[in-house]
Ligand binder design. Structure first.
Ligand SMILES: [Ca+2]
Ligand SMILES: [Ca+2]
Length: 250
């Protein structure tokens, strides 16, 4: 510590001002050292603050982008979910269509098989073939259907033929015999009379009226068409408008 005496002259003045100058110089040097350091620190602080600001901004931007991405993904997921449900709905519809088509195909196959069976229902006996219908028609429609099939209602001309048809018939069936034109005058569909063929198989009832009886209770016009009764292996006359199975021949 330097103690200065203001009363000291000459040499004393020199010492006093030297100390003051040194002190002043030292303060200025210290100031010169501190200011840059403080400036540097301030600069660093500013840079740091800017860096933090940039980072914060970037994080904010990233967060916004992330939110947008999440929103986009959620929207896409929702669309995919909707598409999946739509696809599932269409799949169920296709399955229903498939079942329906299978049903139709099955019906078609059954029909085709039935057609094939009908075609195969032409049974051969001797030199002739016989068709035993599954459908039922009145006598005239039966006659016409046999014609469409390339044949005619059956004409029975022998015991063997009668036995064969009776054994295969399984039901009452129209045959090609009628007395439509003249009551009691039975004619085959080829215009040959029953008397000409030489054989007949009318049902006989020991204790009742034999066939043909031209019974008129059901049809006042009588019974003018002939049925083969497989149960009795015999014939009867019946109202022509009745719907029955029938036998074609070709
Ligand atoms: Ca008759
Ligand atoms: Ca009768």
């Amino acid at each position: 510590m330097v103690t200065l005496n203001p009363n000291v002259q000459n040499g004393g003045d020199h010492t006093y001002w030297s100390v003051r100058e040194r002190s002043s110089l030292c303060s200025r040097g210290l100031l010169k050292c501190v200011v840059p350091v403080l400036s540097l620190l301030l600069l660093c602080a500013l840079v740091g603050l800017c860096a933090v600001g940039v980072l914060y901004f970037n994080k904010g931007v990233s967060l916004e982008a992330l939110k947008k991405d999440i929103s986009r993904v959620a929207k896409r997921f929702s669309e995919q979910e909707h598409n999946a449900k739509e696809t599932e709905r269409k799949y169920e519809e296709l399955k229903a269509d498939h079942r329906r088509v299978e049903g139709l195909l099955s019906q078609c196959n059954e029909t085709c098989q039935e057609c094939a069976q009908l075609e195969e229902r032409w049974l051969s006996f001797g030199v002739k073939s016989y068709y035993f219908s599954n459908n039922i028609l009145n006598w005239e429609m039966s006659r016409d259907d046999c014609t469409k099939k390339g044949g005619h209602l059956v004409i029975i001309t022998s015991n063997e033929e009668q036995d064969f048809l009776s054994s295969k018939s399984g039901d009452s069936r129209w045959i090609g015999l009628n007395d439509l034109e003249t009551e009691g005058q039975w004619m085959w569909v080829n215009n040959q009379s029953l008397a000409e063929t030489g054989v007949s198989f009318w049902l006989k009832r020991p204790n009742d009226i034999d066939e043909p009886d031209n019974f008129r209770l059901e049809d006042p016009s009588g019974e003018n068409c002939a049925l083969l009764l497989s149960e009795y292996a015999a014939w009867c006359d019946a109202p022509c408008r009745q719907r029955k199975k029938y036998i074609c021949e070709k």
